[in-house]
Design a protein around this ligand. Structure first.
Ligand code: GDP
Ligand code: IMO
Ligand code: MG
Length: 429
C-alpha cells in the first residue's frame, strides 16, 4: 500500500509524462493532482506521440484507473477533446476507467479571457502564462466563488451558476480591461453539453485514492509543472497558481503523508524555461540554440521556443529538499551528446559571498543579483541513444550522472537517452 509521487524539479517540461508512463506499469491508479491544461505531458509509445494536458500519463496501460484529482482545474472543452482523441486511437476513456474528482474546479472561457487581458495589461512585464485561464480559475477557487466539477451532476443549477460567473467576469472584463463580454447563455449551453459527457466520470477522488491504498494498491501521483513554478516555493510571481511540489499530491488528492513510499523528481540533463522570469544558467548563445534544436525544445502546449541553459545543481538540491526526493529520473541525457565541454552550476555568488542554497524566498529581485558558479565537465561524442545499461555509457556521461548524484545526494534511478519508452536506462523496478 503505497503512493509514488512524480514531480518536476525545474521549470516544467522535464519529461514527467514519459516517467509516469514508465512507473505506471506497477500502479493500479494514476492521478493528476495539480494544474490544468497549461500542462503538456508527452508519452511516446505504441507508435503514438501522445500530448496529454489533463488525462493522466498512465492512460496507455490498460486496466489502470486514471483520476483527475481535486487539485486540478479543468477546462471541459479541452478534456472532452482529449478524450475523443484518445478514443480515436482505441484507448479506453470510459467512465469506469477515467474518473474526475467532483471537487476539481472548472475553468470557464471568461477565465481564459481574463488571463489574456491581464497578460496584455502587464505589457512588457507579462508573466508569459499559457493563457489557459489557470490563474483566474485558481483565484476564484481561493475566493470561494468558483464552480466545481461536481456541479455538472445537476444540469439546471449548473447552467445558472456558469452563466452567473460568466456575467460577473464579463463586468470585470469590460470595466477593467475594456474587453468584449462573452455570451453567457451560449457558454452555459456549451457547458451543459460538456456536463452531459463528463457527469458519468464524476467520483469522490479522495475516497477512490483512499480505498486503493487501503486495498494495498499502488497509487501513482502525477505532478504538473515543476518546483520553480510552485505558487509558494517557485520564482514568484513568475509561477503558476498551484502546488507543484510533492506536498501538492497530498492536498490535491486528499490522502495522508504516511502512505508516500517514493518521491521521484524528474530532472532534465540541462535546464529549460518557457515564459518570463529569472533563469540563472540561461544560455543566450549558440550552445543554447543547439540544445533547443537538438532537444526539440518547443512548448508542448503553446509551441513557444523554450529558453535553454546549463544544468543547475543548486536548483536540484533545492528540489531534493522541498520535495523530499528519494530518486531522480534524469531525462534527455542524449541531447548533450557532441558538446565538447559541459558546465553545471554548483553554487551562486554575489559580492564575494557564495551560497549553495537556492535563494527562492527573497524574490526575483534578490535572485537576479546572484551569478552561477560553474564546474566544467568533459562532454562525450558518442550517440548514446542505444545504450540500455549505465555501465555502457561513455565514461564522461557516467561521470556527469555521478556528479549529479554526489552533489544532490539523491540516486539517479532512471536515465532517458531518447523520447521513446525503450530509450532509457532503468535501475529500479
Ligand atoms: P513534461 O511536461 O514534464 O511531461 O515534459 P514534456 O512532454 O512537455 O517535454 C519533454 C519532451 O522531451 C517531450 O517531447 C518528450 O518526448 C521528450 N523527452 C523525454 N525524455 C526524453 C529523453 O530522454 N531524450 C529525448 N531526446 N527526449 C525526451
Ligand atoms: P508541464 O506540466 C512548463 C509556465 C508558463 C508561465 C507560468 C505561468 O508540461 O511541465 P500559467 O499558464 O500556469 O499561469 O503560466 O508557468 N508553465 C509551464 N511551463 N511546463 C508546464 O507544464 C507549464 N505550465 C505552466 O509558461 O511561465
Ligand atoms: Mg510539458
Amino acid at each position: 500500500m503505497s503512493a509514488i509521487v512524480v514531480v518536476g524539479t525545474q521549470w516544467g517540461d522535464e519529461g514527467k509524462g514519459r516517467v509516469v508512463d514508465r512507473l505506471a506499469r506497477q500502479a493500479h491508479l494514476v492521478a493528476r493532482y495539480n494544474g490544468g491544461d497549461n500542462a503538456g505531458h508527452t508519452v511516446v509509445a505504441e507508435g503514438h506521440t501522445l500530448k496529454l494536458h489533463l488525462v493522466p500519463s498512465g492512460v496507455l496501460h490498460p486496466g489502470l484507473v486514471c483520476l483527475i484529482g481535486a487539485g486540478v482545474v479543468v477546462n471541459p472543452e479541452r478534456l472532452v477533446a482529449e478524450m475523443d482523441e484518445l478514443a480515436a486511437l482505441g484507448v479506453d476513456v470510459g467512465p469506469a476507467r477515467l474518473k474526475l474528482s467532483a471537487a476539481a474546479h472548472m475553468i470557464l472561457p471568461t477565465h481564459r479571457a481574463l488571463d489574456g487581458a491581464r497578460e496584455a495589461a502587464r505589457g512588457p512585464g507579462s508573466l508569459g502564462t499559457t493563457r489557459r485561464g489557470i490563474g483566474p480559475a485558481y483565484a476564484d477557487k481561493a475566493a470561494r466563488l468558483n464552480v466545481r466539477a461536481g456541479s455538472m451532476a445537476q444540469p439546471e443549477t449548473f447552467a445558472e451558476r456558469v452563466a452567473e460567473r460568466v456575467e460577473a467576469h464579463n463586468r470585470h472584463l469590460q470595466e477593467r480591461y475594456g474587453a468584449e463580454p462573452l455570451p453567457s447563455e451560449r457558454v452555459a449551453a456549451d457547458y451543459c453539453a460538456y456536463a452531459q459527457r463528463l457527469a458519468p466520470h464524476l467520483t469522490d477522488g479522495s475516497a477512490l485514492v483512499g480505498e486503493a491504498l487501503a486495498a494495498g494498491k499502488t497509487v501513482l501521483c502525477e505532478g504538473a509543472q515543476g518546483l520553480l513554478l510552485d505558487l509558494d516555493h517557485g520564482t514568484y510571481p513568475y509561477v503558476t497558481s498551484s502546488s507543484t511540489v510533492s506536498g501538492g499530491a497530498l492536498t490535491g488528492l486528499g490522502f495522508g503523508p504516511r502512505h508516500v513510499s517514493r518521491v521521484v523528481g524528474v530532472a532534465k540533463a540541462y535546464t529549460t524555461r518557457v515564459g518570463a522570469g529569472p533563469f540563472p544558467t540561461e544560455l543566450l548563445d549558440e550552445v543554447g540554440d543547439r540544445i533547443r534544436q537538438v532537444g526539440d525544445e518547443y512548448g508542448t502546449t503553446t509551441g513557444r521556443p523554450r529558453r535553454c541553459g546549463w544544468l543547475d545543481l543548486v536548483i536540484l538540491r533545492y528540489a531534493a529538499r522541498a520535495n523530499g526526493l528519494d530518486e531522480i529520473a534524469l531525462t534527455k541525457l542524449d541531447v548533450l551528446s557532441g558538446l565538447e565541454r559541459l558546465r553545471v552550476a554548483v553554487a551562486y555568488e554575489r559580492g564575494g559571498v557564495r551560497t549553495e542554497v537556492f535563494p527562492a524566498e527573497f524574490g526575483v529581485e534578490s535572485l537576479a543579483q546572484w551569478e552561477p558558479v560553474y564546474e566544467e565537465l568533459d562532454g562525450w561524442a558518442d550517440d548514446i541513444r542505444g545504450v540500455r545499461r549505465r555501465e555502457d555509457l561513455p565514461p564522461a556521461a557516467r561521470a556527469y550522472v555521478a556528479r549529479i548524484e554526489e552533489w544532490v545526494g539523491v540516486p539517479v534511478t532512471f536515465i532517458g537517452v531518447g523520447p521513446a519508452r525503450e530509450q532509457a536506462i532503468v535501475q529500479s523496478p
